[in-house]
Ligand binder design. Structure first.
Ligand code: HEM
Ligand SMILES: *[C@@H]1O[C@H](CO)[C@@H](O)[C@H](O)[C@H]1NC(C)=O
Ligand SMILES: *[C@@H]1O[C@H](CO)[C@@H](O)[C@H](O)[C@H]1NC(C)=O
Ligand SMILES: *[C@@H]1O[C@H](CO)[C@@H](O)[C@H](O)[C@H]1NC(C)=O
Ligand SMILES: CC(=O)N[C@H]1CO[C@H](CO)[C@@H](O)[C@@H]1O
Length: 505
């Protein structure tokens, strides 16, 4: 039951990461595996758990797809057997897995000091080495500052909110009465068009945009595929698409620079590309990776969040009713003063919608867990976390924990209301009194890497919901369910049938 040797092994990888040929690596792993079984002199108090097979460890069990409203069989079994903090071997490395809200918070708050991001290198290979998601230290700070500026509250109020509404309407107005289609594709169309507009000033529907959208879809298939760079693999295709997209972005930035140098035109600061060209000293390569990772971080996540809301709501007609009341009231008030566009104040007034948004993120869990590694030997609640080990805070786990959220499997937006609220979609007992503490709810991560687009994502959800409930009734056209692959996805694309309805009068 000792892990001192495997600890020793990973300690050495903490200072440097030498390259071993695969065969040698395998031999070493098997060697360690055998020795480990013989030795029995624990020096460290590691969390309980088992390391599984040589090399692959328990990765197969950990990565097996499962329903998105659960933590999955692997987590359930391990938590039942070992508790909320346990050790394992995942992604080829010894790892501490945390389903514990306190430890998760500790990990995120100490990012850069005791812990550091450590995504599998295949993800870095495809997102780019300058991607903000994989960068650490000063470079991460600079890239993050650019994103925060792009997504600042001032810009959300002045520009982005208006455009979120415009792009919601483009998508929603194209839906035909009594038609059936993939809601997930529609949500993606909305968030992609919005991001493409604000990053590169691409307009929805034109040839360039559609081309980039196709390339981006290939790129995404690679991100979620097995990272084998061999002819014919999704990963190889994705690397190719990545290059096509990069060429395109490069073309765009040369065009802009050319215009300026020709004395014609000014910097268009309206989009991210214009802003970084003017205000930053980033190299072309860095700009490309920044653009691509913002597209990735901002498009996949919020489109799946909207899909989840479309999926959960029909199971709770009372919630749709209450949403309609709220949005009808807002629309009516605007009509009276002759306003058409939604404003920041309107958004802030969508109180029940905010409950629906939180509840969707709590139960659906767009991002399941984060990748970190320990930078030092760390102690937490008596457990040792050795330097160099992978640390995986499962941010979804507290959200689905029955000791923290009453009946966690129930979609119950009223749990977010302070004084109980009037409705509940569960048939069982218990009122909807607020059991929520903010420490326990972290769909956007936390600490120095807290999602830069959290507010934008909520705006996208709320405004899309506003027009959705006012224009349509919808039902799920065939049974589909969100799964964790580990990216959350609907296997059938969430087919829905919509009926037009005007709830405005
Ligand atoms: C419901 C939708 C979303 C969810 C659940 C979500 C979740 C997250 C999480 C958990 C992280 C932390 C990753 C880590 O610590 O390793 C993150 C980072 C990030 N997200 Fe989001 N996100 C969403 C939407 C967006 C949107 C719309 C944008 C806008 C472009 C965005 C931009 C970013 C960026 C730039 C980072 C990196 C921040 C950094 O490393 O400093 N996200 N997101
Ligand atoms: C809606 O579609 C269904 C089947 O696709 C059809 O049977 C029905 O007549 C349609 N109703 C309307 C009002 O178009
Ligand atoms: C500047 O732009 C105008 C119209 O966009 C074009 O006709 C003109 O040739 C351009 N001048 C230069 C110097 O590029
Ligand atoms: C939703 O969750 C956020 C934390 O992410 C919290 O600050 C906010 O108050 C919650 N909203 C409601 C309506 O409870
Ligand atoms: C408004 C509403 O439907 N409330 C229900 C909540 O759940 C309890 C317990 O089953 C019901 O009695 C309420 O009618």
């Amino acid at each position: 039951m000792s892990d001192s040797l495997s600890t020793f092994f990973s300690l050495s990888s903490c200072s440097s990461s030498p390259f071993f040929p695969l065969l040698a690596l395998l031999v070493i792993f098997i060697f360690i595996f055998i020795i480990k079984r013989r030795q029995s002199k624990p020096k460290l108090n590691l969390p309980p758990g088992k390391m599984g097979w040589p090399f692959i460890g328990e990765s197969i069990g950990y990565l097996r797809p499962y329903s998105a409203t659960t933590v999955g069989e692997y987590m359930d079994q391990h938590i039942a057997r070992y508790g909320k903090i346990f050790k394992s071997k995942l992604f080829g490395e010894p790892a501490i897995v945390s389903a514990d809200a306190g430890l998760n918070k500790f990990i995120l708050q100490n990012d850069g000091k005791l812990f550091q991001v450590s995504y599998p290198s295949s993800l870095g290979g495809i997102l780019g080495k300058w991607s903000m998601l994989v960068l650490v230290g000063d470079m991460h700070r600079d890239m993050r500052a650019i994103s925060l500026n792009f997504l600042s509250q001032a810009r959300l109020k002045a520009h982005l909110l208006k455009d979120v509404e415009k792009h919601s309407l483009i998508v929603l107005n194209s839906w035909k009465h009594n038609s059936t289609f993939s809601a997930q594709d529609e949500a993606k169309r909305f968030t992609f068009n919005f991001m493409a507009k604000h990053i590169l000033s691409l307009d929805p529907g034109n040839v360039e945009t559609e081309h980039i959208k196709d390339m981006y879809a290939n790129f995404m298939k690679g991100v979620v595929s097995v990272p084998l760079n061999l002819p014919g693999t999704a990963y190889r295709k994705a690397l190719k698409s990545r290059n096509t997209i990069l060429k395109f972005i490069e073309g765009k930035s040369n065009e802009r620079v050319g215009k300026i140098e020709g004395g014609n035109g000014t910097w268009e600061e309206d989009d991210l590309l214009g802003w970084v060209l003017k205000n930053s000293k980033l190299s072309t390569e860095q700009i490309l990776d920044l653009v691509l990772s913002l597209l990735f971080a901002g498009h996949e996540t919020s489109s799946i969040a909207i899909s989840l809301a479309i999926y959960f709501l029909p199971g709770c007609p009372q919630a749709i009713e209450q949403l309609r009341e709220e949005h009808r009231e807002i629309a009516r008030a605007k009509k009276q003063v002759g306003n058409v566009e939604l404003t920041w104040d309107d958004y802030k007034r969508m109180e029940f919608t905010h409950c629906v948004v939180n509840e969707t993120l709590r139960l659906g869990n767009v991002v399941r867990y984060l990748h970190r590694k320990a930078l030092k030997d760390i102690q937490y609640k008596g457990y040792d976390i050795p330097c160099g080990w992978k640390v995986l805070p499962v941010i979804a786990a507290p959200h689905l924990d029955p000791s923290l959220f009453d009946q966690p499997q129930q979609f119950n937006p009223w749990r977010w209301q302070n004084n109980g609220g009037r409705g509940n979609c569960s048939s069982s007992k218990g009122n909807s009194a607020n059991t929520v503490s903010n420490n326990l709810f972290s769909p956007f991560g936390g600490g120095p890497r807290l999602c830069a687009g959290a507010e934008l994502a909520k705006i996208e959800m709320a405004i899309f919901i506003h027009h959705l409930v006012l224009k349509y009734d919808w039902e799920l056209a065939s049974s589909d369910e969100p799964y964790v692959y580990p990216f959350v996805d609907f296997p059938k694309g969430l087919p829905i049938t919509v009926k037009t309805h005007s709830y405005l009068s």
